[in-house]
Design a protein. Structure first.
Length: 293
């Protein structure tokens, strides 16, 4: 069994990005600039945005954090997005989700200039990805594909089961795994809450990408020997032995599944670090105008 180390891989990629940025600066070009809008004080969002700021520092980027309270109006948020769209000094920006209920997340996503949409959520980027055109690919699916590539996991002709059909992970990663590329060229089955015979389908899979948000859902009897498991789930579960009172659990029963696998990602330290790393790569691409002029 090979443990796929997302943290080490992400650190390697950030060093590669930093070296490229220093070359850009040496050539008289400005540093890439990522902006983030954070609304409210959700604990998970606070941590995630703080990690993005640290990643920007590691990559040699400029970063700007724009904060609003929970009661910010949708109109005010749209005004800020319009300003960032027009700012030539900002290469890419994100609006951290989730947003308060009185704000339409879809309206906010569609207001972002797709050429600065480094989260890869705008319909233009989603549509271009679905037909294999250059675009900003959303961070988590992009990170998954990079891990498969760097660890040399064979995907061509492989049976791949994707557990979950979210717009953020399930749908895009299934699309990427189907495309004529490496990684890719897999035979993909997407399973979700309305699917039947889930256990049987998983037991035939060469690759399982679990993105359900259901701790320990994938058990040893659902995994064939030599399979590759990518665990996207990160759910807080109570743990009295921890000072925090909880621990992070993936969608896979790691303790019992790992010994059957050829490759497996841990939680934490697997897909999670790659998500932020992929955002950094998209920001570099935006600054270099490699996708959209």
């Amino acid at each position: 069994m090979t443990l796929i180390d997302g943290k080490q891989t992400a650190d390697d990629i950030k060093r590669e990005i930093a070296a490229e940025v220093e070359e850009m600066v040496a050539q008289g070009k400005r540093r890439p600039h990522l902006a983030a809008i954070l609304v409210g004080h959700d604990g998970g969002s606070e941590t995630y945005v703080a990690n993005k700021v640290k990643a920007c520092e590691a990559c040699g980027f400029r970063s700007t954090l724009i904060r609003y309270e929970d009661d910010v109006t949708e109109e005010k948020l749209l005004e800020t997005i319009s300003r960032l769209n027009e700012d030539p000094e900002v290469d890419g920006f994100i609006v951290q989700l989730p947003l308060p209920r009185h704000i339409s997340e879809q309206k906010i996503i569609e207001a972002i200039d797709y050429r600065k949409d480094v989260d890869g959520f705008h319909p233009v980027n989603v549509g271009r990805m679905s037909i294999g055109l250059p675009c900003f690919v959303s961070a988590t699916p992009s990170g998954i594909m990079e891990l498969l590539k760097r660890y040399g996991v064979e995907t061509r002709g492989a049976k791949c089961v994707v557990l979950g059909r979210s717009n953020i992970v399930g749908k895009p990663v299934a699309n990427l795994m189907m495309q004529k590329a490496q990684p890719g060229n897999a035979t993909v089955t997407v399973l979700h809450s309305a699917s039947t015979n889930i256990k049987e389908a998983c037991a035939e899979a060469d690759i399982i990408i679990a993105a359900l948000g259901r701790p320990g859902f994938v058990t040893a009897d659902m995994v064939k020997p030599g399979a590759t498991i990518i665990d996207v789930g990160t759910t807080r579960v109570p743990d009295a032995t921890r000072k925090s009172g909880f621990r992070l659990s993936g969608d896979v029963d790691f303790a019992n599944v790992a010994e059957k696998c050829a490759f497996i990602t841990p939680v934490p330290g697997g897909v999670g670090p790659m998500t932020i790393c992929s955002l950094m790569r998209n920001t570099l691409l935006a600054a270099k105008k490699e996708i959209y002029n």
